[in-house]
Design a protein around this ligand. Sequence first.
Ligand SMILES: [Zn+2]
Length: 222
Amino acid sequence: MPTRADRQLRTVRLAKDCAEQGARVRTIHCITGLPSREIQRLFFNNPQAIPRGRPPDSPEWYHSANLLFRTDSSIVAAIYHRLSHAGFGTGEALVGAYRHYRVVCQAPHRISFDRAFDLASHTDGIWIAKSPSFAIVTCPSCASEFLAALGTVAKSEACPFCKLIQRYGNDPRVQTSFPTHPLPDPTTFRQGMSMLLWMNTGEADGDSHALSMPIPGDAKES
Ligand SMILES: [Zn+2]
């Protein structure tokens, strides 16, 4: 059973993770419950470096945001939703989702950590939101999960990813944000398989022999 010290360390660790993602003091306070003054003392030695300005307010913003903001918002929110439903705490799920978003999407990242926090708040009705305004729905056409107003019936017309696919050929901004990746050269698989078989059998008499051998588990011996 975690001790009080374990819980406190976990809270400070979570606050540090949030600060490293660029969270403002209010966001860290809502997620961890640490007092604002303590957050400033621990993570913002330089008062000039404290993120300021108006915090995001997503329920109105999302519906008028451009397509790329809506797809990025949907990616962050869908990952957060999966992690929190997989049993992670909401704070850990948000930090994990935001890190994953930054890995899978091209920079510059349109969604700040504070925006991701705001979207998650209004999806689950937690932290700064008294009740949910958004839901994650699955598109019946492309099977992508996207953010929509609570109560929205899942239709492909409302799906930002379906719109993205329609626009892809004609919109350089969309192409830059979601670049295609060339398919890997199949000869590298062939060489890798030959090497694996050679290592398994200890045979060193060339690729042609190795490739003629059955792949383990794939043999149809009677
Ligand atoms: Zn779709």
